[in-house]
Design a protein around this ligand. Structure first.
Ligand code: CAA
Length: 385
């Protein structure tokens, strides 16, 4: 039985800043951010958005008939809003999903949407009529004036996992790899991530090469068997470091096609920044909308989460995938509003974070369909607009 991604959608915040503006404010050469890091713009998060509103915004773009069939909802995130209650239960309410549903949250840094996808394959294999909704939603925060600031971002990707999928049939062989190490982490008391940036880059490439080579040993496949290799993109240059670590001096047609499809993968990430759990899957959407790939061809996916865990797996692109990946995302992103660095800093510092206080947010500037209106008696309050 073929099992995999049947439909995909993406949502981000209504605001962004230009990297040129951040470079000017931080006294850096803009080329460091735009070429050295590989980012052009970054999503800016108003206090009225969190993983619940972003996740609901992505999922509501999926077809209504498919959402009615969802039997399990898994939210993959490292930006959780409660140590106990799963954020997906708020999303389930906002989307009006059936009460006869199981809802949970998964966590392992940026990797856990891939874990959710593998768990979903198991659920569907046992009960082929089941449809699993995975929402990968995050807000990447390193702090103002930190080296990681240029690699922040926010957004959510929603995916339906089912039998006979229309986008990507996931193949059986996958190679996970885990080691206990400290490249990036966020203790329960911290609103921003702690990171050993250079070390995290090394671990990422090391885990990619280890999982890819093991996959190659198991399957006997070579680069010629892939139309594209796509990567978790904490920033777009990271994917390049991964791919070049494998290709080296190879400038054959096969290698050049992989390089060109990596650029297609990077297109959307350049506009929003790091989505943490959603980044790899935003990359898949970006490849499918901007790349040179055909139904029947194989795509290799490298998922990475700090701490650290990586997984390399593959899938076969399905006929008709174009009808199941939603609107043209690049066009959709042109509707966002540009904000100044002063405004970004104000919004960054205005997020609810760890505050337990009652608060009411001004939602008049947020045109999103779902908003966080505030907090009362320790409970977050959401509104459908
Ligand atoms: N023109 C062109 N390029 C320039 C330049 C200029 N004027 N100035 C600098 N550069 C280049 C540098 O040569 C460097 O390129 P290489 O990496 O290819 O050597 C690049 O720009 C970045 O410069 P620095 O290394 O000096 O940058 P930095 O020290 O300020 O920090 C960073 C970069 C480590 C990525 C930092 O932004 C960071 O810590 N980010 C968060 C951690 C992260 O994203 N890690 C990725 C792996 S972990 C992961 O994937 C999980 C996750 O999502 C967090």
């Amino acid at each position: 039985m073929r099992i995999g991604i049947d439909e995909m959608a993406f949502a981000t915040t209504p605001f962004y800043f230009e990297m040129d503006d951040l470079a000017a404010a931080r006294g850096e050469d803009p080329n460091k951010y735009k070429i050295g890091i590989g980012q052009d713009r970054q999503a800016v998060v108003p206090p009225t958005q969190d993983i619940v509103t972003l996740g609901a915004q992505a999922a509501v773009k999926l077809s209504a008939t498919a959402l009615k069939r969802v039997s399990t909802l898994i939210v993959a995130t490292e930006s959780g809003i409660d140590h106990s209650k799963a954020s997906g239960i708020y999303i389930k309410h906002l989307l009006g999903l059936n009460d006869y549903i199981r809802v949970v949250e998964t966590k392992e840094a940026c990797y856990s949407a891939t874990a959710a996808l593998q768990f979903a394959r198991g659920i569907v294999a046992l009960n082929p009529q089941e449809v699993v909704l995975i929402i990968a939603a995050d807000i990447a925060r390193y702090g103002l004036n930190t080296p990681g600031e240029v690699t922040q971002g926010a957004g959510a990707v929603a995916m339906l996992i089912s039998a006979d999928p229309h986008v990507l049939a996931v193949e059986p062989v996958s190679v996970p790899y885990t080691q206990d190490l400290m490249d990036f982490w966020r203790p329960l008391y911290a609103e921003n991530a702690h990171v050993d940036g250079k070390y995290s880059n090394q671990v990422y490439v090391d885990f990619f090469l280890k999982t890819y080579h093991r996959y190659q040993q198991i399957t006997g496949r070579t680069l010629a068997d892939f139309a594209a290799l796509i990567f978790h993109l904490p920033y777009t240059k990271m994917g390049k470091k991964g791919l070049e670590g494998l290709l080296g001096d190879d400038h054959s047609n096969i290698a050049q096609r992989l390089r060109s499809n990596l650029q297609a993968e990077q297109t959307l990430s350049r506009q929003v920044g790091n989505l943490y759990t959603g980044s790899l899957y935003l990359g898949l959407l970006s490849l499918l909308q901007n790349g040179d790939v055909q139904p029947g061809e194989r795509i290799g996916l490298f998922s990475y989460g700090s701490g650290a865990e990586g997984e390399f797996y593959s899938g076969i692109l399905q006929p008709g995938y174009r009808d199941r990946i939603g609107e043209d995302q690049l066009t959709a992103l042109t509707g966002r509003q540009r904000v100044s660095i002063e405004e970004y800093e104000r919004l960054f510092n205005g997020q609810l974070g760890m505050s337990a206080a009652d608060i009411e947010f001004d939602v008049s500037n947020d045109p999103s369909p779902f908003v966080l209106t505030g907090q009362k008696n320790f409970k977050r309050l959401y509104r459908i607009q």
